[in-house]
Write a protein that binds this ligand. Structure first.
Ligand SMILES: Cc1ncc(COP(=O)(O)O)c(C=O)c1O
Length: 393
């Protein structure tokens, strides 16, 4: 343990393998099935509001794409390399669309039940726009969750406020303002923005989307496991050795996916990837302190160019649920993520953001003959000039 702590403090890139542990199971497979049915019921509405979901039948899903050229360039020898293209998810352009849609739609349904205009029929939110325009949703974010909740809520007609930490990129704030969200900016880190957002929400009595412990976001992410199972089955790969690598910030998105996979593709080994200066979930899990320790406590800054992963303290919900569920967590540098970003564009023509590339280091650490699934977590909305800057940097 001391050795691992020293490596973290020295900002070394390494893989931590989780010792065996007892699983906690607060959500069942039936809960995941119910969540899937919930999203299917809303598919017609999503197709109506969001044109880009029509091709996929109102499904919030992404392609699984083999990346043979990237595999060659990276020199990965064993197995096959796939990208799970959440960078192109509808509306929000990131993995955060999964949790965001599920949470906002659940909130809309709950309000409709309270008001008496939902009695089991498909809920048409658009018919009640005047009502929803009076309902406020609040969220804190390093960028992509804010973009997801902000855009989805604004399109559905809610009033929405997004509280952004200092790491959030300017273009994300500008896009939100353009779509009608109110954006607040704070000089501090993500945890500070959460405190501000929570306090604002208490005063206004608005609905607070809590990235640090929302079970709705978590279940929305967990649904990705069904999708991956169907895709691997279609490729005839479901019985193979499967390794999944997911970039990790506060832990919600990768945690929800890992939770779903533990039921749905039980043999899948899941690895999280965190920045050298912001390994919040790794620190929480290896010490068993989860959200009761922050990277600053061990002298790390929490600062990274990978804005989606710029989180110093882990989710209180997710850390404990990952005990016995994930294989391990590794760290890597911003320079490595940027190098992967460039290679991915050059080889496969895919445009993603720096955070989204953290999964590519995983196969080096595992070094196995396996189906390597690298989760590409965001990027579709990155403006061309910002992407050009990434290529030049
Ligand atoms: C592109 C990207 N990848 C991964 C993540 C990690 O998700 P989480 O913070 O839920 O761990 C984020 C979070 O915002 C993100 O924006």
């Amino acid at each position: 343990m001391k050795d691992i702590m020293d490596r973290l403090k020295k900002e070394e890139s390494f893989l931590w393998l989780q010792p065996e542990g007892e699983k906690e199971t607060p959500f069942s497979l039936e809960d995941i099935e119910e969540a899937k049915k919930f999203m299917e019921d809303f598919a017609p509405l999503l197709m109506e509001v969001f044109e880009e979901t029509r091709e996929g039948g109102g499904r919030i899903g992404s392609e699984l794409k083999e990346l043979p050229k990237m595999k060659k360039v990276l020199g990965i020898e064993g197995g096959r390399l796939f990208g799970k293209l959440d960078n192109s998810l509808p509306v929000a352009g990131s993995i955060k669309a999964r949790g965001g849609f599920f949470e906002v739609l659940n909130h809309a349904k709950r309000l409709a039940e309270e008001q008496g205009f939902y009695q089991g029929q498909p809920l048409n939110i658009l018919k009640h726009r005047d009502f929803y325009a009076q309902q406020e949703i609040e969220v804190a974010s390093t960028g992509n969750l804010g973009l997801s909740i902000g855009l989805i809520s604004a399109y559905l007609g809610f009033k929405v406020s997004v509280h952004m930490s200092a790491d959030a990129k300017e273009w994300k704030k500008a896009l939100l303002r353009e779509k009608g969200a109110t954006v607040y900016e704070y000089p501090g880190d993500y945890s500070a923005a959460v405190l501000e957002a929570r306090a604002a929400s208490e005063i206004k009595k608005s609905y607070f989307v809590d990235d640090e412990k929302s079970p709705y976001l978590f279940m929305g992410y967990a649904l990705a496991a069904n999708e991956l199972r169907d895709q691997l089955e279609k490729e005839g790969l479901l019985d193979e050795k499967i390794n999944v690598y997911i970039p990790c910030g506060v832990g919600g998105a990768p945690g929800g996916i890992a939770y779903g996979l533990s039921f749905i593709i039980p043999q899948a080994k899941v690895y999280f990837a965190e920045p050298l200066k912001a390994p919040a979930v790794l620190l929480g899990m290896m010490t068993g302190k989860h959200d009761e320790i922050a990277v600053r406590d061990i002298g790390l800054s929490g600062k990274t160019q990978a804005d989606g992963l710029a989180v110093g303290r882990a989710s209180s919900l997710v850390g404990p649920l990952m005990v016995g569920r994930i294989q391990g967590i590794y760290t890597l540098g911003d320079d490595e993520m940027l190098a992967y970003l460039k290679k991915l564009y050059e080889t496969e023509g895919l445009k993603v953001e720096p955070s989204a590339c953290a999964g590519f280091k995983g196969p080096y650490f595992t070094n196995e003959e396996a189906v390597h699934v690298v989760w590409l977590t965001g990027g579709r909305l990155v403006p061309p000039e910002v992407f050009e800057d990434y290529l030049r940097s």
